[in-house]
Design a protein around this ligand. Structure first.
Ligand SMILES: O=C(O)CCC(=O)C(=O)O
Ligand SMILES: [Fe+2]
Length: 346
């Protein structure tokens, strides 16, 4: 594998301090970041470093459970539950070398919470953190609504987490350690293959020292898989939240805001991080019955359900094309585990 081509891009760092008084200033900073690379980090949020450390400890304790216990809450197409080495991105054609556990607020989770006696305190700890992540998200939604000329509560209303059918997801992620001494990994090894998220916007919690997140801008329209060829490592300070625009907000802004391709690089170069890597994503997903259309009406009006279905169909078609390109036959394709169409990231 050749060396990765890197370019320096500055990923803006935006403070949410004194939000109520600074909302217009914060809005213009967010809009500028959304119009350029679609990635930024937040500082001075209401989530403290000890709270972030605590949810990572909770996440680690879940992934430390034996696989047969985690398998009691399997991934389902309602976009909840645990999967391991089974998400295949159209950009790679091979399963990501990771495991993840997706949690929601509402009824999709009914039988998908790990049992209290298997992991005491997990559910309340996760739910508390999810509410905090929702709080930060609502501030961003307010600013983006204002920036697009919608009423302030326009996005917040359709991401109402008190609705039993709310679709937003907290995703705990664990990427497996790679043996640095073991020589180069096969070309098919990816931590998280390049993808764009198809939610409204994503909050990403990262752990210091566990690098790997990289972005590759170059996407002009939401309906394409286009990306450039130079990557930028995402840097952040402890306690910051890395955020990115998803396909839904790209579409809802008539392609003004960018949903940028990103990946978690498989370690291959000396400075890369080879150890076990934990990260947490909070995907803001609207209710299925909401209607979506940008102020310029560039795309036809669709419901939340139709938007997600179109994104999944595009993803599926791209995956089939990739498999054909790799010469994978149907039997090879079915020999790999079932593809979870993780509804927030393609
Ligand atoms: O693990 C990370 O840092 C990124 C995860 C991600 O992009 C995703 O799950 O959509
Ligand atoms: Fe992602």
């Amino acid at each position: 594998m050749g060396a990765t081509k890197y370019a320096n891009r500055s990923i803006p760092r935006i403070s949410l301090a004194h939000f109520g008084d600074r909302i217009d200033e914060i809005t213009s900073q967010l809009i500028k970041a959304a119009e350029t690379d679609g990635f930024f980090s937040l500082t001075d949020t209401e989530i403290s470093i000890p709270e972030i450390d605590a949810i990572f400890a909770t996440s680690e304790s879940f992934f430390a459970l034996p696989d047969d216990v985690k398998a009691t809450v399997p991934f389902t197409h309602k976009n909840v539950g645990w999967e391991k080495k089974s998400q295949i991105r159209p950009s790679t054609g091979f399963p990501d070398q990771k495991e993840s556990y997706q949690l929601q607020f509402g009824e999709n989770m009914n039988d998908k919470w790990v049992a209290e006696d298997a992991l005491p305190g997990f559910k309340p700890s996760a739910q508390t953190f999810m509410k905090k992540a929702q709080g930060v998200s609502e501030k961003l939604m307010t600013c983006f609504a204002r920036g697009l000329g919608f009423p302030d509560d326009y996005f917040v209303q359709v991401h109402d987490v008190s609705r039993p059918d709310c679709q937003s997801v907290l995703r705990l992620l664990h990427y497996f350690e790679v043996d640095k001494a073991g020589g180069p990994m096969p070309e098919s090894f990816y931590r998280a293959g390049a993808h764009a998220d198809w939610d409204l916007l994503t909050l990403l919690f990262q752990r210091s020292g566990e690098s790997g997140l990289e972005i590759c801008p170059g996407r002009e329209v939401v309906t394409s898989f286009g990306m450039g060829d130079t990557w930028t490592k995402v840097d952040f300070k402890p306690g910051d939240i890395v955020c990115n625009i998803g396909d839904l907000l790209m579409s809802w802004s008539d392609d003004r805001f960018k949903s940028t391709f990103h990946r978690v690089k498989a370690p291959s170069e000396p400075d890369d991080y080879y150890g076990p890597r934990y990260s947490i994503a909070f995907f803001n997903q609207p209710c299925l019955d909401c209607t979506i259309q940008g102020p310029l009406k560039r795309y036809p009006e669709v419901t939340g359900a139709q938007f997600t279905k179109a994104a999944m169909d595009r993803n599926y078609a791209a995956l089939q094309a990739k498999k054909k390109e790799l010469g994978q036959t149907e039997s090879m394709a079915t020999a790999t585990p079932a593809v979870p169409q993780v509804a927030a990231s393609a």
